[in-house]
Design a protein around this ligand. Structure first.
Ligand code: GLU
Length: 326
């Protein structure tokens, strides 16, 4: 017994000794970056996943390990990036504009001076989904109804408020406003606990598929009277939700509304080489990136540089200059 013990101890020391003497492989220190997205049934979450996938393929070359986090959305992402809790995030173009200029949710905090743009991604539309049995044909019909306008932290919350205010509706008095996350809204609509919900999202998205595929019949509500809104806010543009993307919706035609763009942002504090590597990999693998989500069909390298209001991060700019895009 004693002999076996001595032998085993000897073996252990041998292994430890051998390990200590083995040459340490020269490896770049790993840089961990986290990308803030949105609800898992939105388009931000798969977008973060698409970017992480492309960058992680070159893990050996750059030493970057990107991971994705599901979050409350645009406003949460800006604040978490500014606090240093996230390195990157997907953020609506209107929220990028407001954050850098100290407007809306940033009115009290002031301009978020360290916010930096990297590139823009897919178009998102202010999507109003209503149950057919709730009698909602236009935005005015939302009066007195139970409507999810979006959780604090989401991008859609202010878009819903803007659309309602523009229609002369006070969301605090004229309707029963809910503030739940977009991922929960389709279930609530199907269960009859809300009559409608707003979601600013790219199409097609899992959440809208879920909302339009249930037993309770639902449709998209057009938001058409937007001239005033568009002239008041430089970041809004007209948009259309294609009927063919959601066969379960009872609309007979495409739906007119207004929209923004999803953008990819970071902080001035994130090192140039990290932002350069991510930008380079997305643009050099543009064709494979574009195939990762149907909402990216309209993307071109050129339009991915349109719609940024924060200064472009120098790491991204370095790549754009090299590639002749700027
Ligand atoms: N636009 C939404 C937001 O900013 C998120 C949409 C998505 O996750 O695709 O909160």
């Amino acid at each position: 017994m004693k002999r076996i013990f001595v032998l085993a101890m000897g073996l252990c020391f041998g292994i430890v000794f051998a390990a200590a003497m083995a040459p340490v492989p020269v490896q770049a220190k790993a840089t961990f970056v986290t990308i803030g997205t949105g609800g898992i049934t939105g388009v931000y979450y798969p977008t973060g996943g698409a970017i992480a996938k492309i960058v992680n393929k070159k893990r050996k070359e750059y030493g970057i390990r990107a991971t994705v986090e599901s979050t409350g959305g645009s406003v949460f992402n800006v604040n978490a990036i500014m606090a240093g809790d996230l390195e990157f995030g997907v953020v609506q173009s209107d929220r990028q504009y407001q954050a850098i200029n100290g407007l809306a949710e940033w009115k009290d905090k002031g301009p978020q001076k360290d916010l930096r743009a990297v590139f823009t991604i897919h178009p998102e539309s202010i999507t109003l989904v209503a149950a057919d049995d709730a009698g909602i044909k236009n935005i005015q019909d939302l009066r007195g109804k139970r409507v999810n306008i979006g959780n604090p932290g989401s991008g859609q919350r202010q878009n819903s408020i803007d659309a309602l205010t523009d229609a002369g509706i006070d969301y605090k008095k004229d309707l029963k406003a809910e503030g739940v996350k977009a991922a929960e809204a389709p279930g609530l609509l199907q269960d009859g606990r809300i009559d409608a919900f707003f979601y600013t999202v790219g199409h097609p998205s899992g959440a809208i598929k879920e909302a339009t595929a249930g037993a309770r019949k639902v449709h998209f509500v057009p938001i058409t009277d937007v001239a005033k809104l568009l002239s008041k806010y430089p970041y809004y543009a007209k948009a259309v939700i294609l009927k063919k993307l959601y066969p379960g919706a009872t609309n007979k035609t495409d739906t007119q509304t207004f929209g923004v763009k999803a953008t990819f942002v970071t902080s001035a504090k994130v090192p140039d080489k990290v932002v350069y590597a991510i930008t380079k990999e997305v643009f050099e693998n543009f064709e494979s990136f574009r195939k990762l989500h149907p909402a990216y069909q309209v993307l071109t390298k050129e339009n991915m540089l349109e719609g940024m209001s924060a200064p472009i991060h120098p790491g991204a700019m370095k790549y754009y200059k090299e590639a002749g895009l700027k």
